[in-house]
Design a binder for this molecule. Sequence first.
Ligand code: PHE
Length: 446
Amino acid sequence: MSAPREHWGSRLGFIMAAAGSAVGLGNIWKFPYMTGENGGGAFLVIYLGCIVVFGLSLVMAELLVGRTAQRNPVAAFRHVAGSGWPAVGAMGIVTAFVILSFYVVVAGWTIAYMLFTLNGSLANPDATALDAVFTHLVADAWQPIVYAAIFTALTAAVVIGGVGSGIERASKLLMPLLLVILVALVARSVTLPGAEQGLAFFLVPDFSKVTGATFTAAIGQAFFSLSLGMGAMLTYGSYMPRERNLPADALAVVSLDTLIAVMAGVMVLPAMFAAGMTPGEGGAGTTFKVLPAVFDAMPGGTLFGFGFFLLLAVAALTSSVSLLETVVCYFVDEHRVTRTKATVISAIAVFVLSIPAALSSGLLAGMTIFGMTFFGLMDYLSSSIMLPLGGLLTAICVGWVVGPRAIDALTNEGRITASWAPLWLFILRFVAPLGIGWILMQGLIG
Ligand code: PHE
């Protein structure tokens, strides 16, 4: 029917690409401020609970559907579960656009900050001055749009290059580098005067702050961070050769993603307290407003700052590539358009959608829908509704429609020993549908 499906070059290549999708702005931009706004340590505990209970099982389920079908999300659900189910894949394609609309805007901010580290805009490390730099950038009428456009074009360029050559190579080199920079920043942040309070806020849970909204925020963040519930993991799984040890790879990806989120928390929250800010105060600008003061307090700070924003932009790129790849893979497989054409058209759509998101802190700040800006609405729809819903349906699909056969597929027909596999199936059948369903209800009534 078509050429044999392109496969990842090596086991490490797959892990790095999947971790490249998972690790991105979700970990470093979103996780710290979500933790700040949702009560610190208690949020961390619930977040980790969501990762262990739902995240790991669902990463395995999604990779498995992709690997089994060797197809895009829509065709993959049809292949493993029959009619009706392709709708889950189709919802994922829509979700990809919803996420990309604001993702490219935040990624654009990181490009702007690369320049700011060099041109002296961040020279005054005072909290008020740094706040002003951020506000000035996001309220501008054209800068956020231009940077978002540049980032969208970069994403499209990598996707046109194809899976193996572009994504895999970039991820293998840059992920380890990002880890090194994070270690250095964490070390500086926790030793700033006043940092202990921030560390305690992050690590010591105060469960009196927990409400239904905390659960909604935590599960949305877990799904967003793991690239779950919209077919990105499924698509990457479809490029996976069948003989791999899928559970081991899934565990590696989930661990790496969680490690980097926790490191980002330890990097940002103590620095926030050291700067005299309160944890709920920074909003979506938190990471950008807080870290320049940390760079300033380091020897070679300019270099660290530049390196950090560069690597953050690259981490964002390996994530946005997986979002766009999911869409492109669908159009190429199902509608027989060329990869280049599918990518260019999708990227133009992303750019158009990103304009209202880019202006959400400026010209369009007053235009709200359900009390949210366009940016806020896209963020809310994707993280709090679409991703958990996609995950819930994937759990039901693999748990009930594929059923016990899924265990055979997961363990390569028994060649991998996995005594925990029945527990995995139990989670997909009962725990995930009920747990995620309950949290989704909380979000909708609360
Ligand atoms: N996981 C990515 C991040 O944390 C975002 C993402 C979400 C990517 C969904 C793909 C799919 O930045």
